[in-house]
Design a protein around this ligand. Structure first.
Ligand SMILES: NC(=O)c1ccc[n+]([C@@H]2O[C@H](COP(=O)([O-])OP(=O)(O)OC[C@H]3O[C@@H](n4cnc5c(N)ncnc54)[C@H](OP(=O)(O)O)[C@@H]3O)[C@@H](O)[C@H]2O)c1
Length: 279
């Protein structure tokens, strides 16, 4: 028997709700689409990409099998602690419940050991680490509340988006990498602290989508740099997030979805490499 189970609402209950941060575009959007297709109602979080967030909602609506499922957008700058603390309550106010959080939004700005500053560190730590912890804490409080109100089956789950480069380190994007390393440690500690009500799982992609630093040709060449001959696809990352959300037996660990890139050695971040620069 498989331990994989679809989130099924019982009679008179709405479909389960997931908050996906940074879901206006790119990987967050792909994750939102995959979850909506499989029965989740999605709280689409964005910071500045409102039009993209609205487009995501329109796309979710046409890709949602159950007409009872609703989706909604929520704006929040995750570097702002007060605004981040208000995010989960506003999702619960809208949907009446929250079952899962996918921490996908991330600041990804270049710095190095030479240009490192407290300001760069604080910016990445607030939005990439602190916000993920606050959202997990708020989900746990909500699940506890539901239990106290008699919903003994209430359970929550958090997925933290990490990065294969934690297992294959280089000093590029220094503050970003530190913030994800701290999030990986938080992933373990949160899993311990929030059990048994809330599971906490990391998903670590390899190079999946291109950045402004790479041309399309460079990205294609970098994407092939892996033991499997291709790094992760957005679809595989999104399906892994879904697996982590729905598999009731996983907590306190990370699934690497990277074509094995973490098994290789790269001296620079992909964004800083030329296609033939690898060991
Ligand atoms: N893409 C890859 O190849 C790759 C590889 C390894 C790991 N990952 C991880 O996977 C996740 C998704 O990657 P991605 O490439 O889709 O991310 P991305 O495009 O770099 O960023 C996603 C969103 O994060 C939001 N964001 C940034 N700072 C924020 C803040 N202070 N408050 C609120 N939102 C903020 C932005 O929202 P707005 O546009 O609305 O401002 C942005 O659209 C990230 O955690 C990343 O570290 C990605």
């Amino acid at each position: 028997m498989s331990s994989h189970s679809e989130p099924k609402p019982t009679a008179n209950q709405s479909a389960p709700v997931v908050l996906v941060t940074g879901a206006a575009k790119r990987l967050g959007r792909e994750i939102a689409l995959t979850l909506a297709k499989h029965g989740w109602q999605v709280a689409v979080h964005y910071r500045s990409s409102k039009q993209d967030a609205m487009n995501t909602i329109a796309n979710l609506a046409t890709n949602t099998p159950d007409t009872g499922q609703k989706h909604h957008i929520f704006q929040c700058d995750l570097a702002d602690e007060a605004a981040t603390r208000a995010l989960v309550p506003s999702v619960i106010q809208h949907f009446g419940r929250l079952d899962a959080v996918v921490n996908s939004a991330a600041a990804f700005e270049y710095d190095s050991t030479q240009s490192f500053s407290y300001s760069a560190l604080q910016k990445h730590m607030a939005s990439n680490t602190g916000a993920a912890i606050l959202l997990a804490q708020a989900l746990h409080e909500h699940i506890e509340q539901r239990q106290q109100n008699g919903d003994s089956a209430a359970r929550g789950v958090v997925v933290n988006m990490l990065d294969q480069k934690l297992w294959n380190q280089n000093p590029d994007f220094f503050s970003y990498t530190l913030s994800k390393a701290a999030l990986e440690a938080a992933n373990t500690m949160l899993a311990m602290a929030l059990a048994p009500l809330v599971r906490v799982v990391g998903v670590a992609p390899g190079l999946t989508l291109t950045s402004t630093h790479l041309t399309e040709a460079e990205f294609t060449a970098m994407h092939k740099l892996s033991p499997l001959g291709q790094s992760s696809t957005a679809g595989d990352v999104a399906n892994t997030v879904r697996f982590a959300l729905e598999n009731q037996s996983i907590t306190g660990t990370t699934i690497l979805v990277d074509g094995g890139q973490h098994l290789m050695r790269f001296e620079r971040d992909f964004s800083m490499m030329k296609p033939n620069e690898h060991t």
